[in-house]
Structure formats: C-alpha cells, structure tokens
Design a binder for this molecule. Structure first.
Ligand code: AMP
Length: 397
C-alpha cells in the first residue's frame, strides 16, 4: 500500500480522499462541512461500509481533521501515517510552478500570497498546518491550482495596465483549475493513442466554477480565468469576463461600494444572476418550462464557451481535440451540443448518439469524419494531486 491523503480545505469545509497509489484505488473519501458553525457535519465513505455521518459543532480545521482521523479508525484504512499528504492550494502566484514539498519557508510564501486569494489560501494554510501537526514525519506537498498555467507566455498573461502598477500588485493572469486541466489533457492523449507532446487541445472544465485552457504539447498556453477565479466563462454565481468599466459604473451610478460589487460579481451573477439558479439542471428545467430568462441564460453560457474555443483554436494555430469535463462538461449533452454546434467552422462534428450516451468512461463524442476530436473525460483532481505529490516526494528522494 502507498497511502496518499489528499486534503482540499475550504474556508468552512475539508474535503479529503485517501488513495492507495499502488493501484490508484480510493480507500476512503469524505467531506467535513460547516466548520466553525453550530451544526457541523462529517460524511465519511469507504467502498465497503455504509457512509458514516456525524453531526455537531466542529470548531476549526484541526478538530475537523481529528474527526476524520477518528472516522478512519472506526472504518479502517489508515493504520499508519500516510506516505504523503497532498494539499490543494488555490494560489501559487508567480512563485510556484509545480508541486512543492512544504517547509516553513514555503508555508510563509503561501501566506504571502493571501492578498491574491483572500478567501482560499488561508483555508489551505490551515489544512497544511493541522496535517503537519498530526503527521509531523509525513511529507506535505502543496499542489497549486495556478501551477499548470505557469507555462503561459507573457502575451497571454500580461494585462495592458501600467507596468509598474501591475508589477507592484502582482496583477497578471494566473489561471486556475490546473490539476483538472492537466489531468484531462493527459487522459485525452491516452484515449487518442497519441503523445501529449504532439497535441493541441482545448480543455473545458465546466462545473460550478468554469474555465477553458489552450493546451499545446501538454503545456498551458492560455486560460480563461485571470488574477482571480472570477474571470473568463460564465459560471454558477460568477460573472466571468466583463467590460472593466462596469465596475466604476456600478459604483458611481448604482452606489455599490467595492465589497458589494465584489459580492455581486462572485456570488450573485453568472447563471444565478441570469436565471435565478446556479445549478444548470435547474436552469434547464426552467427553460423547458418556458422561462425566457433561463432560455437566454443557457444561450449566454454556451455562446461564451463557444467563442472561447474559437479564440483558443486561433491561439494554438491548430486544434486536435476539444475536451469536456466537470459536472456540466461530463453530464450535460445539451451544453456540449450547443457549444460544438457553433464550431463547424473549425471542422468540429458531433455524433448525436455518442453525445447523448451516458457513461463514466473517457469517450469520443465526435463523428468519425470530424476534423477535430471531441472528448468527454471525467476529471479527478484528487488523483492528480496525489500523483503530483507522490512524484515530487520521490524525485526529492
Ligand atoms: P461541479 O462543480 O463540477 O460539481 O459541477 C456542478 C454543475 O454541474 C452544476 O451546475 C450542476 O447542475 C451540473 N451538473 C451536475 N450533474 C449534472 C447532470 N447530471 N446533468 C447536467 N448538469 C449536471
């Protein structure tokens, strides 16, 4: 057994998976929710036992991890300390371009990046600190959401702002969802039976958060999220790209202050702002029932994705495959059809029956005569974090 524990700490949650890297099987997984609130909740799952559910106050991330370890004790699966703990860390700034073994200096640098991800990095730091204290002899590895995009050229990451101002405040495009884009790109190459180094791909991570990446030879060359995960595609509650002038307009004419604008753009916009629900299944239900706002929301959502694929085909100069992943990308045949329907100009042809078939497998949904392959690849960010964590620990001896 090579047990690797993957932790994904949010501000009030802790998601975890224990993976045996011998055969890449999931030994246990779970989620602690509402950390710090009155009614916390732990749900712990293993392949062979009924889910274990515990409710009650869980004051902080330390208590959350202790509950998780107690659950492991009851269901088995973690007899000794894990071989490695892999942590999802949202922002690595321009400092981290790959998975990194955490020591005091690395932790201090992740702390220095808090201004770039004030909602995410503090929770990720809390996760690292509690795991270090519970497993002091186990290597802890930070896997950054931004790292996969460190390969972008300046023309893709540079914003046309005054250089000195942008540099001082570290304002540039960083991109996110890196573990997912990296994972599905590799899986796509394997499915196509071609070396990743030879492929030009557009990967579409379409979940509650959504981003597109242009991947050339396995390296990110452009991506739709920016300084923060607010940019790019229309998302569940996030606006995605806007005319930056809108921010001043909302302030001057709408009387909203900066925190209110930030809240509107992050939590009240996207599908929720357009159609009243951040859940695309609900938007479909409303559209099917004749709700004009929901019909329009679907069009806006898919049109933005389609235009981004077109832009990235131009960025790459060639396109071998479009890869759909995450909750919407893996499950929503209608969205895939709408996105691809507009891409005939690139030689994309979807096979209707293949697109409609439901499966958890990697699959091709384009027709045999499509010039560009269209794939559905279920993402697995936890496995990717485990793979990268194990690889960097082994490389460091
Ligand atoms: P994620 O953030 O990857 O969990 O994705 C969440 C999004 O996926 C939500 O908008 C869901 O409505 C959507 N989603 C999840 N399952 C399905 C499904 N079976 N069909 C269509 N959309 C789905």
């Amino acid at each position: 057994m090579i047990p690797v524990l993957v932790l994904n700490a949010g501000s009030s949650s802790l998601k975890y998976q224990l993976i045996d890297m011998d055969d890449r099987s999931v030994t246990a997984s779970g989620l602690v929710e509402r950390i710090g609130e009155d009614a916390g909740r732990l749900e712990h799952r293993t392949p062979d036992t009924e889910p274990l559910v515990e409710e009650g106050k869980i004051p902080d991330h330390g208590a959350a991890l202790d509950r998780v370890l107690a659950a492991f004790e009851r269901t088995g699966g973690l007899a000794e300390a894990p071989f490695v703990v892999g942590h999802r860390v949202v922002h690595g700034g321009d400092r981290f371009s790959g998975p990194t073994v955490v020591d005091d200096d690395v932790l201090a640098e992740i702390r220095d990046l808090v201004p770039l991800a004030p909602l995410h990095n503090p929770a990720n730091i809390a996760g690292i600190e509690v795991a270090r204290s519970r497993f002091p002899d186990t290597p802890q590895v930070a896997v950054f959401d931004t790292a996969f995009h460190a390969s972008m050229p300046p023309r893709a990451w540079r914003y046309a702002l005054p250089r000195a101002l942008a540099d001082r405040l570290q304002v540039r495009r960083y991109g996110f969802h890196g573990a997912s884009h990296a994972y599905v790109a590799r899986q796509a190459a394997e499915h196509l039976g071609r070396p990743l180094a030879e492929l030009d791909l557009v990967t579409l991570h379409l979940g509650n958060g959504a981003s597109a990446t242009a991947v050339a030879g396995g390296r990110s060359v452009d991506t739709s999220m920016g300084l923060t995960p607010l940019g790019g595609l229309v998302m569940g509650t996030r606006s995605g790209d806007l005319d930056p002038g809108i921010i001043a307009h909302l302030h001057r004419e709408g009387g909203l202050d900066l925190d209110e604008i930030d809240g509107v753009l992050n939590k009240e916009s996207g599908l929720k702002g357009l159609a009243g629900s951040n859940d695309l299944r609900e938007v479909h239900r409303r559209a099917d029932a004749g709700d004009a706002d929901a019909v329009e929301a679907l069009e806006v959502f898919c049109y933005r994705i389609r235009c981004t694929v077109g832009a990235y085909a131009a960025a790459l100069g060639r396109l071998d495959a479009v890869v759909f992943t995450a909750g919407i990308g893996e499950n929503d045949a209608d969205v895939r059809a709408r996105v691809c329907g507009g891409l005939a100009v690139l030689g994309v042809r979807l096979d209707e029956a293949r697109n409609a078939a439901r499966s958890r497998e990697v699959r091709t949904i384009s027709s045999d005569d499509s010039a560009v392959a269209v794939l559905v690849v279920p993402t697995d960010e936890e496995l990717e974090i485990a793979e990268q964590s194990l690889a960097v620990v082994r490389a460091n001896g």
